[in-house]
Write a protein that binds this ligand. Structure first.
Ligand code: FAD
Length: 465
């Protein structure tokens, strides 16, 4: 008889959620995690610590630069970086130990160690105190992802760091080069820029955040520039040399001009790769695609019966909420249910200031697919609540089908864009139209009125502009 009904490998948002859902459905579940703490990338070195630092650094700017306009005098504002980091660590500890509590509550066996497959029904777990085999009827691989490394830019997590090192710098670097204009680099760049670093972002493409709506990306870059970040688009870093006084970085522009610049710290943020090494997947013959992600079908089954995979280790956007949805749906499939995930409606948010949030199609994608669409836009400058909170930057943009008025996408740049997108996500999930949003009563004064007005502007009937 198998030791467990289900063994989940990895306790990130995909894995721990799958384990809890399995236990809720009456399965005997174990979750193997190689790190000492639960919660995976998201809770330990990703979403949560980065948002804690973003919040602290935003408060630093609010108090040091904007208190005056409210008639509040503060004198010189000092930064205690150690304390700021302690707050972040405390939040991480609270949340990761919370997962341990949830495991106990749901009677999930937590096994600490590195898992690898022995055969289709057995894994070996290697830990400090030895090795042990466990068998199960079903396995879910939820081993997540890690930062992509490039040989010519060797990471030491001190002078050349990944996001993990950038979340734990002990001093504010005078200068920071962020390699890669994606959301993780821009969030971490924002944190250190607010705390006093001169931040430069180098991006090989001719734009930042390449998957985002182009108009929003332009506005976003304009805003970050105003905050002091510098951008080198169409530039590639070809090599780095670490010295006592900083890192010499050799870059090449798209027209082959070479420049060398010196930075105190370099952040490597060029993307993430699935964690498939070390699992001994060869032993069971699990297929990977060309990007080394685990290939799955629409029910999260790998090519081997009884072995499933979810989250960052499978294709699709590398986002915590996508991993969580897959964790639940995968276990429900194993349980014989018929869950569904709508991959066209997965929101994505950048937690900078202003925030950037999007769902559904961009204008570029609609043009490419030759879908006729209407655009509704509304600026926060014309929104009463935004004025009262001095957050008038940005706008809401809604895209709807020309014929049916069905919502096709929405893109928001603004102070609380990440919260505002939820209404549009919900409406899209219910197959709603721009008229649906336009006819819903939105509380006044709130920034959600800008969403309503953007929807109204699709038919040229926005009131406040
Ligand atoms: P992970 O969270 O990576 O968890 C996988 C776990 O498996 C890890 O704990 C790992 O130790 C364990 N593991 C790996 N191999 C083995 C093995 N052989 N045996 C045992 N255990 C193993 N996403 C968002 O949605 N919003 C955000 O704001 C956001 N911010 C981010 C900021 C940063 C700096 C980073 C790096 C990422 C961010 N992400 C964000 C992405 C998010 O963290 C990931 O998409 C999410 O954690 C993926 O969940 P997962 O469960 O698939 O994998």
């Amino acid at each position: 008889m198998a030791d467990f009904d289900l063994i989940v490998i990895g306790a990130g948002p995909g894995g721990y959620v799958a384990a809890i859902r399995g236990a809720q459905l009456g399965m005997k579940v174990a979750c193997v995690e190689k790190e000492k703490t639960l919660g995976g990338t998201c809770l330990n070195i990703g979403c949560i610590p980065s948002k804690a630092l973003l919040n602290s650094s935003e408060k630093f700017i609010e108090i040091s630069k904007h208190a005056e306009e409210h008639g509040i005098s503060t004198g010189k504002v000092n930064l205690d970086l150690g304390k700021l980091m302690q707050r972040k660590n405390k939040i991480v500890k609270q949340l990761t130990s919370g997962i341990g509590f949830l495991f106990k509550k749901n009677k999930i066996t937590h096994i600490q160690g590195v898992a690898s497959f022995v055969d289709k029904t057995t894994i070996k777990v290697s830990a400090a105190d030895g090795e042990k085999n466990y068998s199960a009827k079903n396995f879910i691989i939820a081993t997540g992802s890690s930062s992509i490394a490039i040989d010519s830019i060797p990471v030491d997590e001190k002078q050349i760091v990944t996001s993990t090192g950038a979340l734990a710098l002990e001093t504010v670097p005078k200068s920071l080069l962020v390699i890669g204009g994606g959301y993780i680099g821009l969030e971490m760049g924002s944190v250190w820029s607010r705390l006093g670093s001169k931040v430069t972002v180098v991006e090989a493409l001719d734009r930042i955040v390449p998957t985002m709506d182009e108009e929003i990306a332009k506005e976003f870059m304009k805003s970050l520039k105003k905050q002091g970040l510098e951008f080198k688009l169409s530039h590639k870093v070809t090599s780095t040399k670490v010295g006592k006084s900083g890192v010499d970085v050799l870059m090449e522009s798209s027209d082959k001009k070479q420049i060398t610049e010196k930075y105190d710290v370099v952040l490597m943020s060029v993307g993430r790769k699935p964690n498939t090494d070390g699992l001994n997947l060869e032993a069971v013959g699990i297929k990977l695609n060309e990007k080394k992600s685990i290939e799955i079908n629409s029910k999260f089954t790998t090519n081997v019966e009884g072995i499933f995979a979810i989250g960052d280790v499978v294709p699709g956007p590398m986002l915590a909420h996508k991993a969580e949805e897959e964790g639940v749906a995968c276990v429900e499939f194993i349980n014989g249910q018929k869950p569904h995930i709508n991959y066209d409606i997965i929101p994505a948010i950048v937690y900078t200031s202003p925030e950037v949030a999007s769902v559904g199609k961009t204008e570029g994608q609609l043009k490419e697919a030759k879908i006729d669409y209407k655009v509704g836009k509304f600026p926060f400058m014309a929104n009463g609540r935004a004025l009262t909170t001095s957050s008038t930057e940005g706008f809401v943009k809604i895209l709807a089908d020309t014929k049916t008025d069905a919502l096709l996408g929405a893109h928001i740049i603004g102070h609380d864009a990440g919260q505002l997108i939820a209404e549009i996500v919900t409406t899209m999930e219910f197959g709603g139209s721009s008229e649906d949003i336009a006819r819903i009563c939105h509380a006044h004064p709130t920034t959600s009125e800008a969403v309503k007005e953007a929807a109204m502007s699709i038919e040229g009937r926005a009131i406040h502009i």
